[in-house]
Design a protein around this ligand. Structure first.
Ligand code: M6R
Length: 596
């Protein structure tokens, strides 16, 4: 959901390459437009920006040529204002004294825009990020210095956002965090500020995390944190991040998505190892046990993991957890929460606005907040009473893959621990993931070829595989742009079956214990001429009934269900490539959705 980056250097130097590199690492957050601004030692601003992906815009604007002592880059995921030159960021104030860029949403920007125009300011676009610049301009015009102006502007700007801003005749950058991510990197003779760590870590590993309600004043040698409300300076020690950036490179794979799919065996092994030793697991489990009512809450892929988690807890531990989509949680359940309830919020990024809304709606009740997240240091991590990390490393590709597998594994481990019966041989799991990917890569490509001829289809699952079918369907929609509906297999006959005609594709995701019942569902489609495809453990009857079977290695019912997502990820990837799409950065989407 947009990415911002800023740098302040001691000496004037080429900054275009550095800004472009940071922008590439931020590209997963938004790719509707890119813009860079540099300010030279005399304060002259060079601003280049346009709609389009980085390479297209770079070919027109040659960012590499840009020099200066300060620089700002922004990647936009459009919410307010169509992707266009004027709406691309960074933005200038009326007379080109200020330049700034934001991430997040300024929800009152339409009213602000009217007010700015009435006050005689020049507002060039309809993007809410421009409001940040004019809100500061308003107080600069009234004679306040930059720190005071930024603090005053905070009272005018409503929403969840972060922004970075520079004034021509100063050697500083200023940044604000109010609901969206912001981190500072301490370099050698230069300092950086950004929406996230991957854009900064190749430059420095000394990081200061900014908290909501704080502003940062950066020059080349010092970084000062201040509270927005009273202007007081905040002391915070930098942290040293030793996680290498190799993890954020493609390592020879054509796309991050394929790399991340193939990292799943290792990521799964790392998580199982961590959960085996972590002192955080028991308090998390105790809170679940103590919960009078337990809710699993997430969005998109993370919600699908919640569905499977609830089925696992029901099946293995007899715990009736309720899976809920995060925006619905606030609307339908949060007001009935009590201090005895437990709310498990599941989010790869830990920054998804819908999830944080559910968190904020839960807080007043006193219910225990449990977080499951991948991004350490995220808002969800700090706001949770207890949290467990997914231990996946960076997931750059917009389609979630390894974080989904680890979310399900985490639920599975917890449910089995709660049951008191150790039935799964966890040491086999990484090998099974690798084996499944190895033996189904070719068949998945073949299935992608078959499905590629269709613009609509169904993925059906049952019990544990409902969440897998929904996840497979989401992945296919997300990166192939074909319509694929995920549904409970037993529900198909209650209406959607009417879609079936000659050759109409229906994919069934089948876990071993459900095979005998699912054969009926497959038959219902087959006898109407539909093209039936089964993804699941080998089963003689299914093999005879379906047109095509993608058979996954023998495993327990629970693990087999999880393994079925792997070929579905590969099918989506292959179909996206066949259609000439970029699976890492699908159109209209962003990795981290920090808006309502
Ligand atoms: O960071 P989160 O897990 O909270 O993100 C939730 C969804 O936006 C996310 O899972 C989305 O559905 C994925 N891009 C799907 O691949």
């Amino acid at each position: 959901m947009c990415g911002i980056f800023g740098v302040v250097a001691r000496e004037e130097r080429p900054l275009g390459g550095l800004l472009l590199g940071a922008a590439r690492r931020l590209a997963y957050r938004g790719y509707d437009s890119i813009g860079c601004a540099t300010l030279d030692a005399a304060g002259a601003i060079d601003l280049r920006k346009d709609p389009g992906k980085i390479d297209e815009v770079d070919a027109r604007h040659h960012f590499e040529e840009m020099r200066g002592v300060r620089g700002i880059a922004q990647l936009r995921w459009a919410t307010f204002g169509a992707p266009s030159h004027v709406n691309a960021q960074p933005h200038l104030d009326t007379d080109g004294d200020l330049v700034g860029a934001h991430n997040g949403n300024i929800v009152n920007h339409i009213a602000l825009r009217d007010a700015f125009l009435a006050e005689g300011m020049t507002v060039r676009g309809t993007n809410d990020g421009e409001s940040c610049v004019h809100a500061v301009e308003r107080y600069v015009h009234r004679g306040q210095d930059m720190i005071e102006s930024i603090r005053s502007a905070a009272g005018d700007l409503e929403g969840d956002y972060a922004y970075v801003i520079a004034r021509r005749d100063e050697r500083r950058l200023y940044a604000v965090k109010q609901g969206s991510g912001l981190v500072v990197g301490l370099g050698d003779g230069e300092n950086y500020v950004s929406s996230d760590l991957p854009s900064i870590l190749p430059l420095t590993q000394r990081i200061v995390r900014v908290r909501d309600g704080e502003m940062v004043v950066l020059d080349a040698d010092t970084v000062e944190l201040r509270r927005l409300d009273d202007g007081e300076i905040v002391e915070r020690e930098p942290e040293l991040f030793t996680l290498g950036m190799d993890a954020a490179e493609k390592s020879g794979y054509p796309h991050f998505m394929l790399k991340e799919i193939h990292e799943q065996a290792k990521a799964g092994g790392d998580l199982l190892h961590l959960l085996g030793a972590s002192p955080h697991v028991d308090p998390f489990l105790d809170a679940l046990r103590a919960g009078r009512r337990v809710y699993f809450v997430g969005c998109g892929t993370s919600y699908h993991a919640c569905l499977i988690g609830a089925a696992l807890f029901n099946r293995l531990a007899g715990l009736p957890a309720v899976p809920v989509l995060a925006p619905q949680f606030r609307e339908t359940l949060a007001h009935a929460l009590t201090p005895d309830d437990a709310v498990v919020l599941v989010s790869q990024s830990g920054e998804t606005k819908d999830v944080l809304n559910a968190l904020n709606a839960s807080r007043p009740s006193g219910a225990t907040i449990l977080g499951v997240l991948n991004v350490l240091g995220s808002t969800l991590m700090h706001a949770s009473d207890h949290y467990l990390p997914l231990a996946c490393g960076y997931e750059i590709s917009v389609p979630a893959t390894k974080t989904f597998v680890n979310q399900v594994l985490l639920f599975h481990v917890l449910a089995e621990r709660m049951s008191g019966r150790a039935t799964t041989d966890w040491s086999r799991v990484p090998g099974l993931i690798e084996e499944t990917l190895g033996c189904l890569e070719g068949p998945s490509r073949a299935l992608a070829e078959l499905l590629d001829g269709h613009e609509e289809m169904y993925y059906l699952g049952y019990g544990l595989t409902l969440g897998i079918a929904l996840e497979g369907a989401l992945k296919l929609k997300e990166i192939s742009y074909a319509h694929c509906e995920g549904l409970l297999s037993s529900e198909f006959k209650h209406g959607p079956l009417s879609a079936v005609r000659e050759d109409y594709p229906v994919v069934f995701v089948v876990a071993p214990e459900d095979a005998s019942m699912l054969v009926n569902h497959v038959n219902e489609v087959a006898c109407r001429g539909g093209r039936t495809i089964v993804v699941g453990a080998p089963d003689a009857l299914l093999r005879r009934t379906a047109d095509l079977c993608l058979e996954i290695p023998e495993a327990t019912h629970e693990i087999s269900a999880l393994l079925a997502v792997l070929p579905l990820q590969l099918v989506s990837y292959a179909m996206s490539i066949r259609r000439g799409n970029d699976p890492d950065f699908p159109r209209n989407l962003s990795k981290t959705l920090t808006v309502d």
